[in-house]
Design a protein around this ligand. Structure first.
Ligand code: SF4
Length: 325
């Protein structure tokens, strides 16, 4: 990054506190690599159901290489081309439908989402009613609920929901969570559930993944020191939205979610001296660089990296792509 630009300019000084870790997580890297490998192995086109990860820049780059994005399988013609499921996971009905249509499908669901699917199945087999803590309509939630028959999973979105949810069998209850939630909100919701239903079974804490947790912790470390924070990420990216909320709740007066530097509202940032910068798990580093460079055009920028955790997790590609390499 060449944003160290505190030179002799008459620009106002700006300290940038750059959160680490930020940006791509292991699940996102695996999903993008899956599409790229499939394009290399089988040639274009490769169909991808739903945005492979929630980032327009990533999607456009893959489109340029020959990926075709669809929302549903019925948009895909009869084909031998690979059909890839996104990192967020899919309901069971999707691979079933894919098989029925003889598609060659590759599942890029993040292994940490698959782990939640397996937990749901185990609870179900053991006769437990399941509460899923998550956001209605998010593809991960749709995918997780779709692992089991309709009615087996009840969605709880807020603490208020947790206070009123009425399970049919409170003595045989389990909870699971979406992977990209606010750590603090979720532990408050889980606390309510545990208080109301002491026998509830669940993961030790919740199913929020390492990447979500680390990125939120890094934001908490810098939020109180910043006049403003920029979160690079997409509006439909759950973990990016949570980073913006965490920043404001942790004492940052203004937190803005932007997809690209061109979306920055400079009128809101006049007079700032310290800026926090982070990126959601689906936002590529090139966009973080772009944002910092946009600040460096207006301010004499000094970057300080604030590290909360080192990450070394990597996931193998889907089996079919491994075998082919
Ligand atoms: S945010 Fe977490 S669960 Fe989602 S893709 Fe990344 S590692 Fe997997």
């Amino acid at each position: 990054m060449n944003a160290e630009n505190a030179a002799s300019s008459d620009k106002p000084p700006l300290k940038v506190l750059l959160c680490s870790p930020r940006g791509f997580c292991a699940g996102v890297v695996r999903a993008i690599d899956s599409v790229e490998q499939a394009l290399k192995r089988y040639g274009a086109p490769v169909y991808v159901r739903h945005e492979i990860v929630h980032n327009r820049y990533v999607v456009e780059s893959l489109k340029a290489k020959g990926a075709i994005f669809v929302e549903e399988l019925d948009e895909i013609p009869e084909t031998n081309a690979p059909v890839i499921f996104s990192a967020h996971g899919v309901p069971k009905s999707i691979p079933e439908e894919s098989q029925r249509r003889n598609f060659f499908h590759l599942d890029a669901t993040c292994p940490l989402v698959t782990k939640v699917h397996r937990e749901a199945e185990i609870h179900f087999r053991r006769g437990r009613e399941i509460i899923l803590v998550g956001h209605a309509g998010h593809p991960e939630v749709v995918g997780t609920m779709g692992q089991l028959p309709a009615g087996a999973v009840t969605l709880v979105e807020t603490e208020a929901d947790a206070r009123v949810v009425m399970p049919r069998a409170p003595e045989s209850l389990a909870f699971i969570t979406q992977t990209t939630l606010s750590v603090d909100d979720t532990s408050a919701i889980v606390a309510v559930l545990r208080e109301r239903f002491p026998a509830i079974v669940g993961p030790h804490k919740e199913d929020i993944c390492y990447a979500t947790t680390n990125r939120q912790e890094a934001v908490k470390r810098v939020a109180g020191r910043c006049d403003a924070m920029i979160v690079v990420g997409a509006p439909n990216s759950s973990n990016s939205q949570r980073l913006r909320e965490v920043a404001e709740r942790s004492g940052c007066p203004l937190a803005l979610l932007v997809q690209r530097a061109s979306e920055i509202d400079w009128t809101k940032l006049a007079g700032i001296r310290t800026l926090g910068v982070t990126a959601g798990a689906s936002a590529p580093e090139v966009l973080v660089d772009e944002v910092i460079e946009a600040f460096a055009e207006r301010f004499a920028v000094r970057v300080e990296v604030v590290t909360n955790a080192e990450e070394s997790i990597a996931f193998n590609l889907p089996r079919e792509l491994r075998a082919a390499s």
